[in-house]
Design a protein around this ligand. Structure first.
Ligand code: HEC
Length: 296
C-alpha cells in the first residue's frame, strides 16, 4: 500500500535502515554501544530514512509482543536471583532463549522451587515454556552461581483471540521458594557444567546476529561460516575497519568469546556495535560457529 514517490531504494539500504530502527528498541542478551551504533547507522546512510522504512516494516511485520522479566526471592531463602535481560521483543510463535542467574548466598546447599506468574493473566494460556528451571526442585551448592536458560514462545493464537488484542507486553515473573520436596531435587550445577550447546547457539545466532551476519554471504557484517581458524578481518571484498583488518590474529573459540563479550576491548577501533552479555550464550554461539563450514 505504500506509494513510493521515488524509485525503490536498494534492498540493503532498506535492511540497514530497518535494522537501525529495530536495534534502537532491542534489549535482549545483547547490549549496543550507543556512540558506535549512531556512527554505524549514519555511515551506512540509514539516518533520515526512518519514515519510509516505518511503512515498509509495518507491512511485513507480523504481530510482536514484548516480554518483560521479573524475579523475586521468598523471605527466608538466602539466594540472589536476577534476570540477565530486562525484556525481549519477539514475533508470535518465535522461539526465544533467555537467561536468569541464581546464587546461593548461604554456606549450605539449598533446594529451591520457582513458581511463575504471567501477567496480564489472560495471556497466560498463550505463554509456552519448552525448557525451564521452574519444572523442577533445584539444588544449588553453597556459594555457587549458575545461569539458567528458559526457552519459550508465545502462541500465535494470542493474535486471533479477541480478548488479547490489547496485549503488547507480557510480564513473566518468577519467585524462588525453599522447596518442600528437597529429596526430589536435581542439581542446578548441570547448567554451569553443561558443554556448550550448538543447537541453542543456532537459535541465539538467529535472534542476535542474523540481522547483520549470514554464514555464507556478507550482509552488514562479514560471512561467518568457517570463522574458527580464519584470520581476523580477512574475507576478500568485505570492507572491514582498519583495526580488524590489521588485528593480526586467527580466530579461536576463546578469541571469539572475548570478541562477543566486547569487540572494542579485544580490538580497539573495531566496528561491531554490539556485545553479548551472557557468558553461556557466548559459548553456545561459538559452538554453533565452530560447526559451520563454508559451503555447507
Ligand atoms: C549491528 C550489526 C551486527 C550485529 C548484530 C553483529 N555483528 Fe558481528 N560484525 C559486524 C560488523 C560491522 C563487523 C565488522 C567489524 C569491523 O570491521 O571492525 C562484524 C564482525 C564480526 C566478526 C569478525 C569476522 C571476521 O571476519 O574477522 C565476528 C566473528 C562477528 N562479527 C560475530 C558476530 C556474532 C556471533 C554476532 C551475534 C552475537 C554478531 N557478530 C552480531 C556487525 C554486527
Amino acid at each position: 500500500m505504500a506509494q513510493p514517490q521515488k524509485p525503490r531504494r536498494s534492498h540493503t539500504r532498506l535492511t540497514v535502515a530497518a535494522l537501525c530502527l529495530t536495534l534502537a528498541v532491542m534489549i535482549g542478551i545483547t547490549s549496543y554501544a550507543p556512540t558506535l551504533y549512531r556512527l554505524f547507522c549514519s555511515a551506512t546512510g540509514a539516518a533520515g530514512t526512518t519514515q519510509r522504512v516505518n511503512t515498509d516494516a509495518a507491512k511485513i511485520a507480523s504481530r510482536e509482543v514484548t516480554v518483560l522479566f521479573d524475579t523475586n526471592v521468598a523471605p527466608g531463602l538466602n539466594w540472589r536471583f536476577v534476570p540477565l535481560q530486562r525484556s525481549v521483543k519477539l514475533h508470535l510463535g518465535q522461539d526465544a532463549l533467555v537467561f536468569f542467574e541464581a546464587q546461593n548466598l548461604s554456606n549450605h546447599a539449598i533446594v529451591g522451587h520457582a513458581a511463575f506468574n504471567v501477567t496480564p493473566e489472560k495471556s497466560g494460556i498463550y505463554f509456552k515454556k519448552i525448557q525451564c528451571f521452574c519444572f523442577n526442585e533445584e539444588r544449588l551448592a553453597p556459594g555457587a552461581t549458575v545461569q539458567m536458560p528458559v526457552d519459550f514462545f508465545v502462541d500465535p493464537a494470542l493474535g486471533t483471540d479477541p480478548s488479547t488484542q490489547d496485549v503488547h507486553e507480557i510480564t513473566l515473573s518468577y519467585t524462588f521458594f525453599e522447596s518442600r520436596r528437597p529429596d526430589e531435587a536435581i542439581e542446578l550445577s548441570r547448567f554451569a557444567a553443561s558443554p556448550p550447546d550448538a543447537e541453542a547457539g543456532a537459535r541465539l545466532f538467529a535472534e542476535n546476529c542474523s540481522s547483520c551476519h549470514a554464514l555464507d554471504r556478507a550482509k552488514i557484517g562479514p560471512p561467518l561460516a568457517g570463522v574458527v581458524g580464519r584470520r581476523a578481518g580477512s574475507v576478500p571484498g568485505y570492507r572491514y575497519s582498519a583495526a580488524l583488518r590489521s588485528a593480526g590474529f586467527t580466530w579461536t573459540p576463546p578469541q571469539l568469546e572475548a570478541w562477543l563479550a566486547g569487540p572494542q576491548d579485544l580490538v580497539p577501533g573495531a566496528q561491531m556495535p554490539m556485545r553479548v552479555t551472557v557468558p553461556q550464550a557466548r559459548r553456545d554461539i561459538v559452538a554453533y560457529l565452530k560447526n559451520s563450514h563454508p559451503g555447507s
